[in-house]
Write a protein that binds this ligand. Structure first.
Ligand SMILES: C=C(O[C@H]1C=CC=C(C(=O)O)[C@@H]1O)C(=O)O
Length: 454
């Protein structure tokens, strides 16, 4: 970090009064900083912080103190694209070194659907994307420090930033105890099995082929759950996405294995992930679980519906889609899935918000046909999904982006956690087996909470 050179850059900057914010980009590789230290240091910003890490570590980004957000009560691709470019137009961006690799992103997403939510999701607007004061890129070791133009003091801003960075680097790691459980219960387990039976009775091979039904498990604890404990636990499972998203008094957490899509240049990458079997930890049994999954007719059917739907949803955006003829196995720590990678070359005018609208919800979390399944879920499923199974991710000014399907997730308030898990129901599904499958799917979040699955 060459402070003198940075100050020279700043001395040349003319603040543009048509903008609302100044955003400085600088390297932070000289500081020993990680997400634990950042959250520990910025405790006062609780309720306005996020951490997003891709499953392949392409992105590992922490945002602190939402300065401004794009928000909508109804999803509209056009309006969102305008709001996004209006927001970026308000920002005067100043890189302090040449050739830096990161770019300023917005973090957020949309709720699963626009069903009226009960109070538990009130902190989250239907669609929202946040622009934070501090954006730490922990992959490229860079920082975006953004402030309202009116607050900018060019002669002291560098000193302020480096002072804060030193303080963050000096934070000492703490040991945390797992919170003690007060109560743990499945919400309406028998009613859920009856709903699965009902779905099986209305599903067929043509008109209504698949619906994904989710259920919830509620845990309460003897004390408030410390965010730093959760952040630490989130590192325990690798190979999945990490979403830690605070908004007001709510916290949403996900360790999803499922990418909705990512876009780099003209290339879109996505995948079909559907069809599941438990990973037991016993080598011999697990080989059997995998070969069962690859050969089981019901799981293959569930999977093919997802692949078919994604490929057809992409058609308006591309002339060229590529995918393998046979699914492979995606190995997560607690569960195996059938998995088909899909790649497409996007046409020039493909908008990210249009893509999001077209692909979400895939039949891995909705069903087939999509509208019929969505309607069934809204009318019949207990409670509201909110951000469960919703698209959440990062988007850049040039539309480079990565979105996750936020399954294996939970919503936390003070000392309670509501866990969500769903599974694909097709003609012939068994409610007992699906109940067991959703039980297994609670494990990643229970692990984050330091609780054993029962
Ligand atoms: C809806 C969930 O999982 C989906 C993703 C992968 C496999 C699935 C399945 O086999 O049913 C589900 O479609 C969930 O974990 O809540």
């Amino acid at each position: 970090m060459n402070l003198e050179a940075y100050q020279n850059v700043l001395d040349e900057v003319r603040l543009d009064s048509d903008r609302a914010y100044l955003s400085l980009q600088l390297p932070i590789d000289g500081y020993d900083i990680d997400e634990q230290k950042i959250f520990s240091y910025f405790q006062k910003a609780q309720g306005s912080r996020y951490w997003f890490r891709s499953k392949d570590d392409r992105y590992n980004t922490v945002g602190i103190e939402y300065l401004e957000s794009i928000k909508r009560d109804k999803y509209s691709s056009k309006a969102l694209a305008i709001q996004k470019s209006t927001l970026y137009d308000k920002i005067q961006k100043v890189p302090l070194e040449e050739g830096m690799k990161s770019s300023l992103n917005l973090f957020g997403g949309t709720r699963f659907d626009d069903k009226d939510t009960s109070d538990e999701w009130n902190d989250f607007t239907m669609v929202e994307f946040h622009f934070p004061k501090w954006q730490f890129d922990l992959v490229n070791k860079e920082l975006f420090y953004s402030v309202p133009l009116a607050d900018v003091e060019m002669s002291t801003i560098l000193g302020t930033i480096t002072g804060e960075l030193k303080n963050i680097a000096a934070v000492e790691a703490k040991e945390f105890e797992a919170p003690q459980i007060n109560m743990e219960k499945d919400i309406f387990p028998e009613e859920w099995k009856s709903l699965v039976d009902h779905a099986v009775s209305v599903l067929d091979d043509t008109e209504f082929r698949k619906v994904v039904l989710a259920r919830q498990r509620l845990l309460t604890f003897k004390s408030t759950i410390d965010p730093l404990f959760l952040l630490k636990r989130l590192n325990d499972e690798t190979g999945t996405y990490t979403i830690y998203y605070e908004k007001g008094k709510s916290l949403f957490v996900s360790k999803s294995p499922e990418k909705l899509f990512d876009v780099q240049g003209d290339t879109l990458r996505t995948n079909a992930i559907a069809g599941s079997s438990e990973r037991t930890g016993d080598v011999e049994k697990d080989e059997m679980q995998k070969s069962f999954l690859l050969n089981d007719e019901k799981n293959r059917y569930e999977h093919e519906l997802v692949r078919e739907s994604i490929v057809s949803d992409l058609e308006p955006f591309t002339d060229w889609v590529e995918f393998g003829p046979e699914p492979n196995i995606l190995e997560n720590r607690y569960i195996y899935h059938l998995h088909t990678p899909i790649k497409a070359e996007l046409s020039d005018d493909s908008g990210i918000f249009e893509l999001l609208d077209a692909i979400h919800p895939t039949p891995a979390v909705g069903g087939m046909p999509k509208d019929r399944a969505r309607q069934y879920i809204m009318e019949e499923e207990y409670g509201t999904r909110g951000l469960y199974a919703a698209p959440i991710g990062l988007i850049h000014e040039d539309n480079e982006s990565e979105f996750v399907v936020a399954i294996r997730s939970m919503l936390l308030h003070a000392n309670s956690a509501t866990l969500f898990a769903g599974c694909g129901i097709v003609k012939g599904s068994s409610s007992e087996k699906e109940f067991e499958e959703t039980r297994v799917k609670f494990t990643p979040m229970l692990n984050v909470l330091g609780v054993e699955n029962r």
